[in-house]
Design a protein around this ligand. Structure first.
Ligand code: ADP
Ligand code: ZN
Length: 514
């Protein structure tokens, strides 16, 4: 093992788990590997491929990544090939011939191609030593990029019961792990789950208010460093790119709407440090291994924590510090919800919504961000203070907000649960909007009852109540609705803790009067 590690890969030592995994494979055991991106998954199957007779078949979903891997193996003197839809008849034929004559050590293949009956028939006559399923989370609907064609891989264990199988992924919540194991019929496999903690990443969530200004300030004080700014849409990328360029930053855009050549050039410029910043959609980053990314800014809310973890994971690959800053707003949440509601299948909508809610939890929580992220991936993290997230560095103070909550909920009640957050807050703060005069809401008892807070503070209070489940939003035009928990507060059965914001004027007067 060490000889091959040195000769073909140029390394002296194995990383955590690699050696045990490889030993298991050589013992013909099935294995399931969860390792963060950059952890060194490929070696786990590439090295045993060289120690065993026959060919290792690697299932991989992306043709572009496949090509990179094959090129890299070949440049290390390893005989590798790939079979996919881009090959011509002659090329495919040549590869099949090489397979029959044992001239290939590692074969990359797409799941579609592998599970075609003619491929399977052909493979009967090939000496296969291992199946490696890369990006194995694609088999789970709970995985972030579910691919129905992965489901067909469930025949591998039935058809080739004696050939060991290794399934690998970088993102697996416990839910996805169970899916992968049961769908691939790996119940008796050995499981290797690496820690997902990236202790050189600093996590911070900021209110998306004057976000552009905040960001420019950050970028100006970090001119020496390279980083990625993620936006939700192509248009948002273009807008931000143009603004930053005008501002004098060395910046380039990246999204799937750009011609392939431009995309490649921009990516290369960023990797070579020719520009400081790349503004990108999630299309950017797949398979990129740039060691010195010093900041990853999310200008828009990511759809779920898998995405967030993966995208921030592109920072600090060299082990040095990287700032991961996310700008959070409710507007973004509704935008994402809107897109989720366009999905035709209900199960898909439900999964996406529940993931979005966990993303929001992450943004709003007063719990260590690292702890939340790691818990999400099924990992315990029981450190009191991680020392590298905004929550741990500047804990928010909580206060008894029961009276405040009552004031808010009473107003929703008085408005017959027919209005959205903004209007409720306008009533509470005694605004003189046209809507209020038209509807004579200035005659309500709640009108002006929230005099001791400013409008934006009431907005925050409303959102916090919403997020904590003391209220709900329903309907096409988001309308605030009371639920059982709201009733509990209004009837005095339940108390609520709310964040004490620094700009709050004294709340004692109101809270005592409750
Ligand atoms: P993953 O597939 O888990 O994202 P890779 O297999 O691409 O990660 O490996 C990430 C990087 O780590 C690669 O550059 C790889 O060559 C390197 N690497 C893997 N194993 C070792 C090792 N034992 N020692 C040093 N570097 C390693
Ligand atoms: Zn923390």
């Amino acid at each position: 093992m060490y000889k091959i590690l040195h000769k073909y890969f140029g390394y002296e030592e194995f990383r955590s788990h690699q050696k045990d995994i490889i030993t298991d494979i050589l013992d013909k055991k099935d294995t399931f590997v969860v390792m963060p991106t950059g952890g060194g998954k490929s070696l786990c199957y590439q090295l045993p491929a060289l120690l065993m007779e026959g060919v290792t078949i690697v299932v991989s979903p992306l043709i572009s990544l496949m090509k990179d891997q094959v090129d890299e193996l070949r440049s290390n003197g390893i005989s590798a090939a790939c079979l996919n839809s881009t090959l011509g008849y002659q090329e495919s034929n040549q590869i099949c011939n090489d397979l029959l004559y044992n001239r290939i050590d590692v074969l990359y293949i797409t799941p579609e191609r592998l599970t075609m009956s003619k491929t399977l028939d052909f493979l009967e006559s090939v000496n296969i030593n291992l199946f490696a399923i890369d990006e194995a989370h694609c088999i789970s609907e709970w995985g972030q990029d579910f691919r129905p064609e992965y489901l067909r891989l469930n025949m591998l264990k039935k058809k080739f019961p004696d050939i060991p199988l290794i399934a690998l992924t970088a993102t697996a919540t416990p839910r996805v792990q169970n899916d992968v194991i049961s769908l691939l019929e790996l119940e008796d496999c050995r499981r290797y789950i690496s820690s997902f903690n990236r202790d050189n990443l600093y996590y911070e969530v900021r209110h998306k208010k004057d976000a552009y200004k905040q960001m420019v300030r950050y970028l100006k004080t970090h001119r020496k460093y390279n980083g990625i700014i993620y936006c939700q849409s192509r248009r948002a990328v273009e807008d931000l790119y143009n603004k930053l360029k005008k501002e004098g930053f060395r910046v380039l855009p990246y999204h799937a709407g750009l011609p392939a050549k431009i995309r490649e050039e921009n990516q290369e410029s960023f990797i070579r440090d020719d520009v400081q910043i790349i503004v990108a959609t999630i299309a950017f980053g797949m398979g990129i291994n740039k060691p010195n990314v010093r900041f990853v800014i999310h200008y828009d809310l990511p759809k779920n924590l898998e995405n967030y973890y993966q995208q921030t994971g592109r920072g600090g690959r060299d082990g040095l510090d990287c700032d991961c800053i996310l700008f959070f707003s409710y507007g973004d949440r509704y935008k994402i919800e809107y897109f989720i509601n366009q999905k035709s299948r209900k199960s898909e909508r439900d999964i996406a919504l529940s993931k979005l809610n966990m993303m929001i939890d992450y943004c709003e929580s007063n719990v260590c961000r690292r702890k939340l992220l790691l818990n999400y991936f099924g990992e315990d993290f029981d450190v009191q203070n991680c020392g590298k997230c905004d929550v741990c560095l500047e804990p928010k103070e909580m206060t008894d907000g029961t009276a405040t909550a009552k004031t808010f909920l009473s107003c929703v009640d008085e408005l017959n649960q027919k209005y959205g957050l903004n209007h409720v807050v306008d009533v509470l703060t005694g605004s003189k909007t046209k809507k209020i005069t038209d509807k004579q809401h200035d005659l309500l008892e709640s009108y002006g009852a929230g005099y001791n807070y400013k409008k934006n503070q009431w907005l925050d209070i409303g959102k916090e109540l919403l997020h904590k489940g003391y209220l709900e939003v329903k309907g096409k035009y988001p309308v605030l609705k009371l639920n059982q928990k709201s009733q509990n507060i209004l009837s005095g059965q339940e108390n609520v803790q709310l964040t004490k914001l620094s700009e709050y004027p004294s709340t004692s007067k109101q809270d005592n009067s409750a």
